[in-house]
Design a protein around this ligand. Structure first.
Ligand SMILES: [Zn+2]
Length: 91
C-alpha cells in the first residue's frame, strides 16, 4: 500500500486523449512534463491510499461530471500554453 495522487493518472490519461486530437503539439519529455505540471497545479490533488492501477477506475467513476470538465479544461489550458511557450532545448 502506498499513498499516491490519483490526479496524476487522471491527468496523464486526459493529456493522452487531447494529444491524439492535436498532432501539432510537441510530445518531447520536456513538453510532456510541463503540460503535466501545469495541469496538476491547476487541479486539486486527490490522494488515495491504494495499490496503483486499482484506484483509477474507482476514482474516475466517483468523480462528478463537473470535475471531469474541470480536468479537461485544465489539460487544454496546459497544452495550449506549452504549445505557445515550449521549454525544450532547440532542436
Ligand atoms: Zn517539446
Amino acid at each position: 500500500m502506498s499513498v499516491v495522487n490519483s490526479m496524476e493518472n487522471i491527468v496523464d490519461t486526459a493529456l493522452e486523449e487531447l494529444l491524439k486530437e492535436d498532432p501539432e503539439c510537441c510530445r518531447c519529455e520536456h513538453c510532456m512534463d510541463d503540460m503535466k505540471c501545469l495541469a496538476l497545479n491547476a487541479l486539486p490533488p486527490k490522494y488515495v491510499s491504494s495499490e496503483k492501477g486499482v484506484l483509477f477506475s474507482k476514482i474516475s467513476s466517483a468523480m462528478g461530471q463537473q470535475r471531469s470538465i474541470d480536468i479537461r479544461v485544465a489539460c487544454i489550458n496546459a497544452l495550449e500554453f506549452v504549445k505557445g511557450h515550449p521549454h525544450h532545448p532547440k532542436m
